[in-house]
Structures are given as C-alpha cells and as structure tokens.
Design a protein around this ligand. Structure first.
Ligand SMILES: [Zn+2]
Length: 297
C-alpha cells in the first residue's frame, strides 16, 4: 500500500452527485482520515490546455481563431479567483506554413496568456514543437527547461516532457509522428531522483496521456506510472492531448484528462479549470463550460 502525508492513495471509489464526480476513500478505517496532515496550505491553480492558436480558418471542430477570446474569458475568471499560478498543459499553438509565421502565432497567444497570470508554467505539447525546435518555443515563453519541478504551499509539482521519439530524439522541425511519444531514460532517471528526494504530496502535469496505451498515450507510460507509484506521494496527474474529459484511477493515482480550449466555436464551447488543492488534503477541480468538475477526498 502506498502512503502519502494524508494517508493511503489506494482504494477510492467514484460516484456522481449533482453532476460532480466524487471520489472518496473506500473505508472509514484507512489512514486518509487518521494520518496527521502535513503542513499544507491551500493552493489554487488555473489550468488551460490545447489552445492550438493559429490565424487560420477552422479545421473540423478546431476553431483556431476563437482561442484568444476563450483565453480572455478564462483570464476574467482567473482574475476573480486569483490562482497562485496557471499551468498550460501543451499545444499552445497550431501549425503554420513557415517557422516565422508560427513564431508570430506563439508571440501573440503568449502575450495574451501573459496578461492572464504573472506566474505561468508551460508543458510542451507535440504541436508546440512540431515546426519549432524546443529551444525556440522555450525561449519565446521564457522557460529554461522542458521538464522540471517546483514546490509551493507544501506541495511538489512536476512538469513532464513526452515530446521525444522512441530513439530518444527530441521533437522539432517535423521530425516525428505524433503517436510516437516517449519519456526517455534520462528524463525517467531525473524523475526517479526528483521523487526520491521529495517528501511532499505531489501533482504531475503532462501533455500526452500517461493512463492509456492507445495513440494518445505515452508509449512507455507503464514504466512512467511505476515511478510515480513508487514514490507513494503522487496524488494526481493532469494531462491534455486527447481533447476530451476523461478520468482514470490507476493504483491510487488520478489521471485527469482536460478538455481542449480549441474545440468548438465561440466562448460557449470554452473549457478551462481551477484546481483547488485544499489545506485539508481534499482536491476540488472547478470546471468551466465544457470542463468536467471533480472532487477528490
Ligand atoms: Zn491538442
């Protein structure tokens, strides 16, 4: 049984109440209710994903030019709720015919994102580094690394980069197929060491999914999950990439897939969320528009 500062992370069951999916501890006798709480504070995090911003006409259900208005709407909510920081879970931009044009897309949407919240964290999505090299994307958003971790309010946060081919080569300049997503050995070693040195409840942010073995999943996700499970401190993984709400629990960790901002016309089809990590160890995900809400106890 894996343990965390607020007890077991195993054995939760889910039920839906008032349209909100609730996950609760299986038994009253488990540690979740009896272990002393670590010094947690409330941390509030804005989450957005799969913006796919591009100045081009819609492609299927993807309305690229509607993203700025949707982001502005998220910004209004975030300004009301004042999250500590905002995490962008990948695919901030979509393809252009040239590197230069794509950089103008990135500059525009990132300038608008910068207005939303002063503290921002970026996860690399396959579309972020399709035409661009990783260094080009990262320098534009002023983030030194593609995978990293940080602490806040008694929590540990990990950002992963699955934009690597099976042979370990990083994505960039159209050198990959999107279904070949991997976390290479070097990053896994870093993750293992990072989690071994950590003693705080942990939240992971990723783009490609770590809970499925289909086209949207990271190819070596079973190996990655083993590292997360071994730590005993990882509570939830928030991910994007497949554009739809989804939730799986695997060995006590919630794998929560967020709805894409780019899907559907106009702000009524928007989707974004506020993740409330509460001081009592409960987690509430407040979903806006098409984003599903969740409560985890
Ligand atoms: Zn996407």
């Amino acid at each position: 049984m894996s343990t965390s500062p607020y007890g077991t992370t195993n054995g939760r069951r889910a039920f839906v109440k008032d349209g909100v999916l609730l996950l609760t501890a299986m038994s009253l006798g488990n540690q979740a209710l009896s272990a002393p709480l670590a010094k947690r504070e409330s941390v509030k995090i804005g989450l957005i994903t799969d913006l796919h911003y591009a100045d081009k006409p819609p492609g299927g259900s993807r309305h690229y030019r509607d993203t700025p208005a949707k982001l502005a709407q998220a910004g209004i909510e975030f300004q009301k709720e004042k999250p500590n920081f905002v995490v962008e879970l990948g695919d901030l931009i979509d393809a252009a015919s040239s590197v230069k044009t794509e950089q103008t897309y990135l500059r525009k949407i990132n300038a608008e994102f910068s207005q939303v919240c002063p503290e921002r964290y970026y996860v690399l999505g396959n579309h972020c580094v399709d035409t661009l090299h990783k260094e080009e994307f990262l320098s534009e958003v002023e983030q030194p690394k593609s995978f990293y971790s940080f602490d806040r309010g008694g929590y540990h946060f990990v950002v992963l980069d699955s934009c690597f081919r099976s042979d370990g080569q990083p994505y960039g300049r159209k050198n990959f197929t999107w279904t070949d997503a991997n976390i290479p050995a070097e990053e896994l070693e870093w993750l293992t060491a990072d989690l071994e040195a950590n003693s705080k409840p942990t939240i992971v942010f990723a783009h490609q999914r770590l809970d499925v073995s289909n086209n949207h999943g990271v190819k070596n996700c079973p190996e990655v999950r083993k590292v997360l499970e071994k730590s005993g401190l990882v509570e939830a993984v928030f991910q994007g990439h497949s554009h739809q709400n989804d939730l799986n629990e695997i060995n006590g960790i919630h794998y929560c897939t967020m709805v894409a901002m780019v899907e559907g016309a106009g702000i009524d089809n928007n989707g974004f969320s506020l993740l409330n990590l509460n001081a009592d160890g409960t987690i509430h995900l407040k979903g806006f528009h098409k984003q599903q809400a969740y409560d985890w106890k």
